[in-house]
Design a protein around this ligand. Structure first.
Ligand code: R5P
Length: 294
């Protein structure tokens, strides 16, 4: 079957990288915006497999265009639709935490799962989700790890202490620490609001004079990593660096992290961001090889 990568303008760079790794063309989806703000995606004529590269950062605008594009791709001749969303949105709302809220994970999972045949994502947020495949059914799902990519971005120099800011970050902290030949530990977190979190270190944690690398899946407001940096610096860490899979934070949050004492931030290019230092294209391409040889 023929195959091509398709993307929106904001993701063109990473989509082009994936297309080159796969040896297939990359097509831009043009978006027409009507005077009242309604949008209309325009896709090129296609056949075979459409690989839609669409990290779902800033998801409110992207999701509508993606759903409309799915219809357009089918009408334009696609036989199979594959969504590559290295960052998958709405998975943190994996429970109804307060009366009146939606279970966003399931709403968005169903919307995508009913339109795509296959979904590929990287390090999805799985805190209370035991079976992510069920969330995206009937589409099939492939989940990739970013441990190797993050470890490479951190670099081999010195063996840092890897710290996860909360117990849920343990798998990422462990994955990175193992690859660096370093040890790891997690803090305990209680969230007090969108921007405020309280963190507690284990009683026996000794970071005095050590290089610490904080590892988390997502940096959004930056509140978690800012609080962790302040705590670790107060406990005597020599320096604090940050490695995140999905960099969703803005310039203001970056400034707060720097003010807190973070000396370096690296991220994967699961979403476009100035801190991108780890390219996921080779891994994504390997996961898509079967798709393009169908
Ligand atoms: C939460 O459970 C996640 O693993 C991240 O720690 C969280 O999403 C970070 O968010 P923020 O940067 O807003 O503190």
């Amino acid at each position: 079957m023929t195959a091509a990568v398709h993307c929106f303008a904001a993701d063109h760079l990473a989509a082009q990288g994936l297309a080159s790794a796969l040896g297939v063309p990359c097509h831009l989806v043009e978006i027409h915006e009507f005077p009242d703000g309604e949008t209309l995606p325009n896709v090129v004529a296609c056949s075979g497999v459409v690989i839609a590269y669409c990290p779902l950062n800033r998801p409110n605008a992207k999701l509508v265009n993606l759903l409309l594009a799915c219809d357009a791709w089918r009408r334009a001749g696609a036989a199979r639709l594959v969504l590559v969303a290295p960052y998958m949105s709405h998975l943190r709302q994996d429970a109804v935490f307060l009366p009146g809220q939606a279970l966003s994970r399931d709403v968005v999972g169903r919307l995508l799962g009913e339109r795509f045949d296959h979904v590929v994502t990287v390090e999805p947020h799985l805190h209370r989700t035991a079976d992510l495949a069920a969330v995206f059914a009937p589409a099939t799902l492939e989940v990739l790890s970013a441990g190797q990519a993050l470890a490479q971005a951190i670099g081999p120099q010195g063996a840092p202490l890897v710290v996860g800011p909360d117990v849920e970050s343990e798998p990422w902290a462990r994955g990175v620490a193992e690859r660096l030949g370093a040890s790891h530990v997690t803090l305990r977190k209680e969230r007090r609001g969108d921007l405020r979190v309280d963190l507690v270190a284990p009683d026996d944690l000794d970071v005095r004079g050590r290089r610490v690398v904080l590892v988390d899946d997502i940096c959004s407001s930056g509140g978690t990593l800012e609080a962790a940096t302040i705590l670790l610096s107060a406990l005597g860490a020599a320096c604090v660096e940050v490695a995140v899979v999905h960099a969703l934070f803005d310039a203001e949050a970056a400034e707060r992290l720097a003010q807190a004492g973070v000396i370096r931030v690296v991220s994967t290019n699961s979403c476009p961001h100035p801190t991108n230092a780890a390219d996921l294209a080779p891994q994504l391409a390997a996961a898509l090889t079967e798709e393009i040889h169908r």
